[in-house]
Design a protein around this ligand. Structure first.
Ligand code: ZN
Ligand code: ZN
Length: 430
């Protein structure tokens, strides 16, 4: 390596680079689930060749994903973990939600659990494209941010319907259509308040409710993308899992389920298989205060515990197995990994929010999405349509009569804003 630096500085730089590179390689290998801890430690810094590095050019191959900064290749699937946690809200992990972006431009959301919509929003995708949602079952940790996606889309100028696919239930009121209708009813005041103040084309929700018992049934087929549903076994009748196929790639998402024969049969050889890997009974007792019997029931009968997850993956053998639906921390991960590894030795990731998977036929790259806390939702790519003031519900004379009107200040706002944007709107008379 040629350098103009002094020998001493060069040596120090080289050592730092070697240590850093070896560390990064260790992390990459661990992320791919390829190395056990002793093997990872065995990577010798001395075996890594130094590269000439430019101090100014951007790195061609980054080990971090910055939303909005990378094209998706025509043959690539990019999946972002937008919710990997549990029903209990926490800052680090939202509840279930996975964003799938395809090289043909299509984008799909699978489940929309509590807190997940801010994770989606941080990926800098205009809401025009966040209009296809697939719901695996109707637990709050899988639908809790449906309202935020729906209303957020209206404000961000999604001019088309929000399209929702979800299972029927064993009776009408346990199905997706009933839930969406009642959600809209719950937001009667919200919807009335938007009329005439923002364009409300996006308030419409188009629900496709499909038979939860249907096996490998096609529920979506457009633009070269096929999405199928299989029954899941979780809590009560009416849960499903999904399989998305496009361009020779297969993505499987369990939502929540006890291990079952349909998953075993139809997700075999998936490129990416995302399956719940729930907290084992001991963690539920120690961290969540569950009684032992309840913990055993929830962790092994309602959900799939880590060693059960490992069994599932050993049978379907995906290119990469991804576990989610557990609080993945420094003190829980070692036990969960150990339990998974007791029954499965293939490629594996235990997901956290913002983990990103770039999947092609040749490669699966796993990184983290570096999000910006100060991010604004990406503006619509379509021209923002105006509201029609005639649609306003308005106020009663009683409430209107309480206004303290600062007309001089309002006039200044109108004048300055008109000047800035070349418009000529007059303020309403007080
Ligand atoms: Zn559930
Ligand atoms: Zn769940």
């Amino acid at each position: 390596m040629e350098t103009k630096e002094s020998p001493k500085a060069s040596t120090r730089f080289s050592i730092l680079l070697l240590v850093g590179t070896a560390f990064a390689l260790g992390i990459a290998a661990d992320r791919a689930g390829l190395l056990s801890a002793p093997e990872a430690e065995a990577v010798s810094p001395g075996t890594v060749a130094l590269q000439d590095a430019s101090p100014t050019a951007a790195l061609a191959d980054r080990d971090v994903y910055y939303p909005g900064s990378e094209d998706i290749a025509p043959d690539e699937m990019r999946i972002v973990a937008c919710g990997t946690g549990m029903p209990n809200a926490r800052p680090k992990q939202a509840a279930a939600c996975w964003l799938v972006e395809l090289g043909n431009g299509d984008k799909f959301i699978f489940d929309i659990g509590l807190g997940s919509s801010e994770r989606i929003s941080a990926q800098k995708i205009p809401y025009d494209y966040l209009d296809k949602l697939f719901i695996g079952h109707l637990h709050a940790d899988h639908i809790g941010d449906l309202d935020a996606l729906w209303i957020g889309g209206v404000i961000s100028n999604r001019q088309g319907k929000l399209r929702v696919w979800g299972p029927s239930g064993s009776e009408t009121k346990l199905g997706t259509a009933y839930m969406v209708d009642r959600m809209k009813e719950m937001y009667s005041w919200d919807m009335a308040s938007r009329q005439g103040n923002v364009n409300t084309l996006g308030l419409e929700i188009d629900v496709t409710e499909f038979d939860y018992k249907a096996v490998n049934a096609v529920i979506y087929q457009e633009n070269g993308v096929t999405i199928r549903s299989i029954p899941a076994i979780h809590a009560v009748d009416g849960s499903v899992s999904f399989i998305l196929e496009w361009n020779g790639l297969k993505f499987a998402f369990s939502s929540d389920t006890y291990p079952n024969k349909w998953w075993m049969e139809y997700t075999k050889d998936a490129d990416l298989a995302i399956h719940e890997c729930f907290a084992p009974p001991s963690i539920m007792v120690n961290k969540q205060g569950f009684g032992v019997l309840d913990a055993l029931n929830v962790a092994t009968q309602v959900h799939t515990s880590p060693a059960m997850f490992g069994k599932v993956m050993s049978l379907i053998k995906p290119r990469l197995a991804v576990g989610y639906h557990v609080f993945n921390d420094f003190d829980t991960k070692p036990q969960i990994m150990k339990e998974v590894r007791s029954t499965y030795d293939g490629p594996f990731e235990l997901a956290v929010d913002y983990m990103v998977f770039n999947v092609t036929k040749d490669d699966i790259k796993v990184r983290m999405s570096a999000i910006d806390e100060d991010i604004w939702p990406e503006p619509s790519v379509t021209t923002k349509l105006s509201a029609d003031p005639k649609d306003r519900v308005g106020f009663s004379d009683y409430v209107n009569g309480g206004r303290q009107v600062f007309q001089d200040v309002i006039e200044q706002y109108y004048e300055a804003t008109n000047k800035m944007f070349g418009t000529s709107f007059d303020p309403p008379s007080p």
